[in-house]
Design a protein around this ligand. Structure first.
Ligand code: 5GP
Ligand code: MG
Length: 495
């Protein structure tokens, strides 16, 4: 998962791009990059958190009134410096891009670009493939109207590139572009502000930075739509490919920050409704269950746990504490690192827990590492009973659209019944949200702009209709190989 931003304004943008990336930090902590344009491109990227990558000098060096930025959490590609965004090509015009998403025909396109289009993709980052397809196609279209040409280039991206992607980019001497894949799987919001009578624009994965940068929410970029803001501030938009809108529901479950509103749906509200629906299910299935405390798995589950406690009429207690300075445990590549990170990241407040029946609410259960650890920790701190509830259904199917979910057999729900999962994590009871209740939570306010969100990791229904058994097998094989290489690398490092 990644976060992206693009700004075009009447003054220097690098500081605002930097501030925006700080507001997107939760979407990726692996690396960060900023590119700007002031008649020439400037770029700075590196590993680590936003505040570790950029210093005051960099912000000064990144000159220009147009810029893009990205925080990265890799789904394809390793942690090599060659794989960091943004990417840039010199021809045609000079183009720089950043994206959030995942391309599952990456290897095939990389080869095709090299053999047929005579273009070299140097990295293992899927954005470089999008950029090269776009650049190649743009170099073929020299239509009278420049916007028509970039529309043709995006159309070719939509047909050749398979997967999910939201993209921001800059074309030298021309302007800023933002576009979304045909199904709008990854989010992209658009904000505007007026400065000295001129309209300025921001495009970002989330609107979490709009208030602090003075932008007002304007609208979401539509699925399959291209927006182009030229250097004079003129806006051109076109829906290039019309397909059904299937935004990823996991944005609401886990990824997005609670103050974001994506595709018409406020993340905080949707999480409140998720907790409420979960509480209703627990009441319905286990009306006599004695629960003394509802405890969230910090911190992505706090909102759902709060409303779940309210629904159950049980006291809410934040008695599991997370050290936020360690970072998300998913960042650790191997299972062993992940397990170790969990043990020093979470602690429990014994005086709250001892002798109580606890219901832990988490947003999701992936490998079961976190849940198993929490159950164990609560028991060590004297809990009488530990019940576990997940605000989303069991994750079972690989994601191909930008979430780094594990290979299928790494899912704790793979080939296990709910009883077996409960046993695996060591809980006294396990309750999963039903998929229809999760969807209801996201759609309840009726502000949503889609009929069917993408939920393939829960139900195996891949919205792009091009995910065959073959594709899944191929992806599984690549991920397994990557995991193996990761493991070997780690072993070499520790030896
Ligand atoms: P597990 O230990 O079951 O593998 O992971 C479950 C935990 O991971 C949950 O607490 C959830 O908040 C978190 N989680 C779920 N999906 C993701 C993800 O894609 N990235 C990161 N960093 N954490 C995730
Ligand atoms: Mg969590």
């Amino acid at each position: 998962m990644c976060g992206i931003v693009g700004i075009i304004s009447g003054s220097e943008v690098s500081n605002e791009i930097y501030e925006s990336l700080l507001c997107l930090q939760h979407r990726g902590q692996d690396s960060a990059g900023i590119g700007t344009y002031s008649g020439k491109f400037h770029i700075k990227k590196g590993h680590g958190l936003v505040r570790e990558v950029f210093g005051r000098k960099d912000i000064g060096y990144l000159a220009g009134n147009m810029g893009i930025g990205q925080v990265r959490y890799p789904t394809i590609g390793g942690a090599s410096i060659d794989d960091l965004q943004p990417f840039r090509v010199s021809s045609p015009y000079g183009i720089m891009m950043a994206h959030n998403g995942n391309i599952f025909n990456f290897w095939q396109l990389k080869e095709e670009l090299f053999q047929k289009d005579l273009r070299m993709v140097n990295s293992n980052n899927d954005l470089e493939v999008i950029l090269n397809v776009f650049a190649y196609e743009l170099s073929r279209f020299k239509l009278d109207d420049f916007f028509d040409s970039i529309c043709e280039a995006v159309k070719s991206v939509h047909t050749r590139v398979k997967g999910a992607y939201s993209v921001v980019g800059m074309i030298a001497g021309k302007g800023l572009i933002a576009f979304r894949d045909p199904h709008g799987i990854r989010p992209l919001v658009w904000g505007r502000r007026t400065v000295n009578g001129k309209t300025e624009h921001i495009f970002s994965s989330e609107n979490t930075m709009f208030a602090i940068t003075g932008f007002d929410f304007y609208r979401d970029v539509a699925p399959g739509e291209l927006v182009f803001v030229d250097l004079n501030g003129e806006v051109h938009t076109r829906r290039i490919t019309e397909k059904e809108f299937h935004p990823c529901i996991f944005e609401y479950v886990y990824f997005a920050r609670v103050d974001a509103t994506l595709n018409g749906v406020n993340v905080y509200k949707s999480r409140l409704y998720m907790g409420e629906n979960l509480g209703k299910k627990i009441n319905r299935l286990f009306p006599n269950l004695e629960i003394d405390l509802v405890v969230p798995a910090p911190q992505s589950a706090t909102t759902a746990a709060l409303s779940c406690a309210h629904e159950l009429g049980v006291r809410y207690s934040e008695s599991i504490v997370k050290n936020v300075y360690i970072g998300r445990s998913f960042i650790m590549p191997g299972q062993e690192q992940r397990r170790r990170a969990n043990t020093y990241k979470l602690s429990a407040i014994e005086v709250e827990i001892r002798g109580k029946n606890i219901l832990v609410v988490d947003d999701s259960i992936v490998r079961g590492t976190v849940s198993k650890h929490i159950v164990q920790m609560l028991r060590q701190n004297g809990a009488k009973k530990v019940y576990f509830a997940s605000a989303s259904p069991a994750l079972k199917y690989p994601d191909l659209y930008g979430i780094d979910l594990p290979t299928q057999d790494e899912f704790v729900a793979y080939n296990r019944t709910e009883e077996q999962i409960c046993e695996y994590i060591g809980a006294d009871l396990l309750v999963y949200q039903d998929l229809e209740d999760l969807i209801e939570a996201v759609k309840r306010k009726n502000d949503h702009k889609f009929s069917k969100p993408h939920c393939a990791y829960f139900n195996g229904d891949y919205p792009t209709n091009d995910v065959t058994e073959e594709v899944l097998d191929e992806i599984e094989a690549i991920r397994k190989k990557e995991r193996q290489e990761d493991k070997l690398k780690k072993q070499l490092e520790t030896n």
